[in-house]
Write a protein that binds this ligand. Sequence first.
Ligand SMILES: Nc1nc2c(ncn2[C@@H]2O[C@H](COP(=O)(O)OP(=O)(O)OP(=O)(O)O)[C@@H](O)[C@H]2O)c(=O)[nH]1
Ligand SMILES: [Mg+2]
Length: 261
Amino acid sequence: MTEERTILLVGRTGNGRSTIANVISNTSKFKESDYGISESEGGQIGHFRLKGEEMIYHIVDTIGIGNNRFTEKETLKRLTNAVIGVQNGLNQIFFVISGKFTREDVEAFTLLRMIFFGEDIGKYTTIVQTKFPYFQDPEKRRKNKEIMMNQNEDVGTILRSCRRLIHVNNLTEKEDFRLRARNDCRAFLRNYICNCKDIYKPSNLGEMNERIENYLAERNKGNDKQWQINQLMNENSQLRQQLNQFTGQQRQFNPFNTGFF
Ligand SMILES: Nc1nc2c(ncn2[C@@H]2O[C@H](COP(=O)(O)OP(=O)(O)OP(=O)(O)O)[C@@H](O)[C@H]2O)c(=O)[nH]1
Ligand SMILES: [Mg+2]
């Protein structure tokens, strides 16, 4: 029987998912974003087989969470389609972060857990940190992981729940014209996914649309609250200005104002 490996790439926009897809598949089929505009529209799949090997690899690139081209609702719809596409089994989810594990990454991970996968997401998830220049230095990788673990409770909890944290630095041809870094990362990533043998069938896909609607409704409530807070802060600052003007005028017309203050 032919062995297969399916990897789902998820994460915040611009963190390097399409680049990882190119590096693993050794193509340039996946569009890498260059100009600060989110590129991936979701659902792009690469299939390939290595020369002389039976194993078939499927790499599924997804739309970036927080991308600047689609509404949140549209983004979630496209993510839904990608997840439905792999519901029969995937070997690993690569949650891609870039440089640091940010608050937005925590929110994105939480969203994926709440809406699409459920509590067991971590067992089948590898955190891939891109743009890590010391990816070949075990001591630097260990130190980086230790710092991240202690960064804050949310990040520590996510990292502990996941299979592993791995590091890459997929430099472009311009940065590394022999593409040595990409070749090294490719060898490492292929070996890594070859060892992701367990098959995960996301079991939390029922009522996904309902969960998305509830999530968006909660978000809107939050936005309304934020809007009210902004309004109050604006009013507050206007009142302060008026008060300052008023007290300034008082001082000017104060007959006892001796000018020593
Ligand atoms: N130096 C360096 N640059 C990287 C690395 N990974 C990605 N990049 C660059 O970062 C930019 C964004 O990478 P993409 O792979 O397009 O990111 P994405 O997550 O697919 O982004 P969207 O699809 O637009 O949401 C591109 O210019 C890449 O060349 C890395 O490990 N090191
Ligand atoms: Mg992309």
